[in-house]
Ligand binder design. Structure first.
Ligand SMILES: Cc1cc2nc3c(=O)[nH]c(=O)nc-3n(C[C@H](O)[C@H](O)[C@H](O)COP(=O)(O)OP(=O)(O)OC[C@H]3O[C@@H](n4cnc5c(N)ncnc54)[C@H](O)[C@@H]3O)c2cc1C
Length: 401
């Protein structure tokens, strides 16, 4: 038996699950396939190490599908201030100076995903296939045809690859990817500091790489420290006291000394960029389309903007058989956003790695200049929050509200 749907989404992470819900809202029949259901033992007692900074524009996109703030809102921390330091320079952003309640939220990825899946499970237009994977896929006809590993055959007008940075579907489709291996790993862990975070997101470009302390709802912070792989992998294994000595030698945040560190994890950092985002009935979104260095906290924000942009491009398209121009528009739009943000982040990371601390001081001088120029800071906030003209209409609603 073959199941015919309008849209087949492969990968129900935050980006793919949001796309599935937005397209179901348009009245389309959707099938969602994921290799793994959200963990049933979540939430655990402590925070999940995968916490991210979510922009107000992204929150507005999640709100549009009924997944914000969700049942775990008390585990999310709003941040009203952000400070970034490099060398002797620094720049500070305050939400109230830009007419905002918050510059963003620090949220756990599993909380966002579990909330989205609750919405999906109660949506009559979405059929879930989980745990499952694509066994085969054919993309040369007007409809995509796929066979799942568990047996069912599906056909769809639109096939979405949202199966993460190493996207197996992108590989099956033969789409080439540009990759930059930074030879860096990010160390992530919750930390307790002398003073609570007071809603401050803080970052310093240290001699070893960018170190961020992101506020958690219980007053602690979550660190993301991107450094040479060798150094990070050693820090994950060293005794806690030794790690505390190393981090305190590099950080001077208003929260004071780091007194305690929780479980430490290391994640390899690779920038990836798919050469095309559309191929026949196939569309790439989220990390399957591109993944970026975490120093600006933009990866998932880009993925959610992809989901909203795709839905926006398809809004006027009644039958997805007529999707051609809408998908061309999506590809041009999201490729230029990826280039601007992904390329900008890449350039900053390369600059700070210039020898003899030169890059760090250049960046610090840029921050000092930016601190004195209110229009430059306003422009930055508009883009980082997802309110600029290039953002999808669903995200920009948050600015209008
Ligand atoms: C250290 C670090 C810090 C970060 N901080 C931030 C931040 O502050 N802000 C921010 O916006 N972003 C941040 N990011 C980036 C962010 O984590 C990612 O961009 C985001 O999680 C990607 O979401 P996604 O839904 O595209 O992919 P994923 O979360 O990878 O989801 C992919 C889904 O596809 C499924 N899947 C995989 N293979 C298959 C298959 N064969 N068949 C079916 N399903 C499959 C998986 O089970 C999963 O559900 C950070 C990243 C790192 C590494």
């Amino acid at each position: 038996m073959r199941i015919d749907v309008d849209v087949l989404v492969v990968g129900g992470g935050v980006a793919g699950a949001t796309a599935a819900l937005l397209l179901a809202e348009q009245g389309r029949q959707v099938a969602l396939v994921d290799a793994q259901a959200p963990a049933s033992d979540w939430p655990g007692e402590d925070y999940d190490p995968r916490v991210i900074a979510l922009s107000p524009g992204s929150a507005a996109i999640l709100e549009a599908v009924g997944a914000w703030p969700g049942p775990w809102a008390d585990r999310m921390a709003a941040y009203g201030r952000m400070q970034v330091h490099a060398g002797r320079g620094s720049i500070e952003f305050k939400a109230d100076q830009h007419g905002l309640q918050a510059l963003g939220w620090i949220a756990e990825i599993p909380a966002l995903r579990a909330t989205l899946w609750q919405r999906i499970e109660s949506n009559p237009r979405i059929q879930l296939f989980c745990p499952d994977r694509l066994g085969e896929v054919e993309l040369d006809g007007p409809r995509a045809r796929a066979r799942l590993e568990s047996g069912p055959r599906l056909s769809a007008e639109l096939l979405i690859a949202s199966d993460g940075a190493r996207s197996p579907l992108r590989r099956l489709a033969g789409i080439e990817v540009d990759e930059w291996h930074y030879n860096q790993h990010a160390l992530i862990a919750p930390v307790r500091t002398e003073r609570p975070n007071d809603g401050l997101a803080w970052q310093r470009f240290t001699d070893f790489g960018p170190l961020a302390l992101l506020p958690l709802a219980d007053g602690r912070s979550s660190i993301v420290w991107s450094q040479a792989s060798e150094r990070t992998l050693a820090q994950v294994k060293m005794p806690a006291e030794e790690f505390l000595f190393e981090i305190n030698a590099c950080q001077d945040s208003p929260m004071g000394e780091v007194l305690e560190v929780g479980a430490r994890h290391a994640l390899p950092l690779v920038r990836r960029r798919a050469r095309r985002l559309v191929q026949g009935p196939l569309v790439l979104l989220g990390d399957a389309a591109r993944s970026v260095h975490p120093l600006a906290g933009q990866g998932l924000n880009l993925g959610l903007a992809d989901a909203a942009a795709l839905a926006e491009c398809l809004t006027p398209v009644e039958s997805l058989a007529d999707r051609g121009r809408a998908l061309d528009h999506y590809q041009r739009w999201r490729r230029s956003a990826s280039e601007l943000i992904g390329g900008g982040i890449h350039a900053i990371n390369e600059t700070v790695r210039l020898p003899a601390g030169l890059g760090k001081h250049l960046l610090g001088a840029g921050f000092m200049l930016g601190q004195g120029l209110w229009p430059a800071r306003e422009l930055f906030v508009e883009r980082a929050c997802g309110f600029d003209r290039d953002s999808p209409a669903l995200a920009r609603r948050a600015r209008a509200a």
